[in-house]
Design a protein around this ligand. Structure first.
Ligand SMILES: *Cc1c(COP(=O)(O)O)cnc(C)c1O
Length: 442
């Protein structure tokens, strides 16, 4: 096998995601890289080239590719039970995972509902919130509230609470768009304001909106601390604290979408822990299976669960997906949680995040770098350029230098697996600096 064979066949048969396929053709074609195998931080192609996975393969991989411990757990599970229908049946991995996730919320979110991807988790949280109000005689609570620049997935229902124009605009006629309130993005600070001031200003706008519309709002959905997909917008935890209080006051559910920021990414296992609040719904996916298998979970409270518990079938939550609670995916998640416990990953990540921050610090002096920022194992900066081709140019320049980094517009971000070494942090940042120089030279 050579790179070129697989590349040509892929372009013919595979419709790649998040891609204008024509950009893979022509003289200035965007590269399409066949990957032969992965090991730790590295991805290897068929021609002997390697790439350091600086984006955790779309934010899912936590402990490296082909991780021996997750592999061993999956091999064992394969020999035991691959999958069984979860309606009317249960199995050990799904029970154990539900118990362990609930325990991670101190059992305040004691009921786990399973699906296979993030967008479905969003859909489930939205449907459950509305339906629970409806079951309680509050069916006028039939709309949702989201933040400017929020991202919660790309199915038609999830797009309703997603505010990223490039993903949403074409489908606007299909989508019953939720109202948006200002983002607490710390970059919005006015002269003399700090991040907490921006958070309080955004919370005041939320208060004003809720005061007027709360009768019709079932839930507010947020990405705690970091709005990832719209460009790693980071904000002060105080916003979550204020939003929680407002949701309580106006009888609106709070949905924390931790699909990207959960599983240790923000510095705590769940990002909302940093505000010392609890949501009514918690969406988990991406890293939870270690980056191995599609899995998502919506955790919720006794109160929401009780709204469905009834003699009438139609008052139940009848939502389902074919692969819901897949035993292999749950087992991968259990192996992932084992690594968190055995290696004290949250503590280890504090050291690692500091290393990443140290490596990145000199970039703050670059004349075109703005808003160098970091929370836990996510770091980002914005590049001051009006070149619309910057992100493509940077992506290519980075690949040419053995690192996989995919800027979002003018935002370059780093979201490596947690097994990156201090040397690899320096390598990643050094190559990113070179790529920046190359991308800005026209
Ligand atoms: C990725 C993401 C989703 C969607 O998950 P998919 O598995 O891609 O459908 C939803 N919310 C957030 C915050 C995400 O980062």
């Amino acid at each position: 096998m050579r790179n070129t064979d697989l590349l040509q066949r892929s372009l013919k048969a595979v419709w790649h995601p998040c891609t204008q396929m024509k950009q893979h053709a022509g003289a200035d074609a965007l590269p399409l890289i066949p990957i032969a195998r992965g090991e730790g931080l590295w991805l290897y192609d068929f021609d002997g080239n390697r790439y350091l996975d600086g984006v955790s393969s779309w934010w899912v991989n936590l402990f490296g590719h082909a991780n021996p411990r997750i592999n061993a757990a999956l091999r064992d599970q394969l020999e035991t039970l691959e999958h069984v229908i979860l309606a009317g049946f249960t199995q050990q991995p799904v029970v154990e995972l539900s118990e362990r996730l609930a325990a991670l919320t101190d059992n305040t979110l004691g009921h786990c509902f399973f699906a296979s991807d993030g967008a479905s988790a969003t859909e489930i949280a939205l449907k459950m919130s509305f339906h629970s109000w409806r079951n309680r005689g509050r069916s006028e609570k039939n709309s949702f509230l989201c933040l400017e620049g929020g991202y919660h997935g790309e199915t038609v229902g999830a797009l309703a609470v997603t505010d990223v124009a490039i993903f949403k605009d074409a489908y606007a006629p299909l989508v019953r768009a939720a109202a948006t309130v200002p983002s607490p993005d710390a970059r919005r600070a006015r002269d003399g304001e700090n991040a907490a001031d921006v958070a309080r200003r955004a919370a005041a706008a939320l208060a004003a909106h809720l005061e007027q519309h709360h009768q019709h709002i079932a839930a507010l959905i947020v990405e705690p601390l970091i709005q990832c997909a719209s460009g790693m917008a980071m904000y002060d935890p105080e916003y979550l604290l204020l939003a929680r209080a407002l949701c309580d006051r106006y009888e609106v559910h709070l949905i924390c979408d931790e699909i990207a920021v959960g599983c240790g990414r923000s510095g705590t296992f769940f990002a909302h822990e940093q505000a010392q609040i609890g949501p009514d719904f918690l969406c988990v996916s991406k890293g939870i299976s270690g980056g191995y298998l599609p899995l998502s979970i919506v955790l919720t409270t006794n109160d929401v669960y009780a709204a469905f518990y009834d003699d009438a079938t139609a008052r139940g939550f009848l939502h389902s997906h074919s692969y819901t609670g897949n035993a292999l995916a749950c087992r991968a998640a259990l192996a992932t949680l084992d690594i968190f416990a055995e290696d004290d990953v949250i503590a280890a990540n504090r050291v690692l995040a500091a290393k990443l921050g140290q490596a990145l610090a000199p970039l703050a002096d670059h004349p075109q770098v703005r808003h160098l920022r970091q929370r836990g194992m996510i770091a980002a900066f914005d590049v001051d350029t009006d070149d619309p081709g910057f992100s493509r140019r940077f992506y290519r320049a980075a690949l040419d230098r053995e690192v996989l980094l995919r800027p979002i517009g003018n935002t370059v971000y780093f979201m490596p697996p947690y097994v990156i070494s201090a040397e690899q942090c320096e390598f990643l940042v050094d190559r990113a600096g070179q790529a920046l120089k190359a991308a800005l030279k026209r």
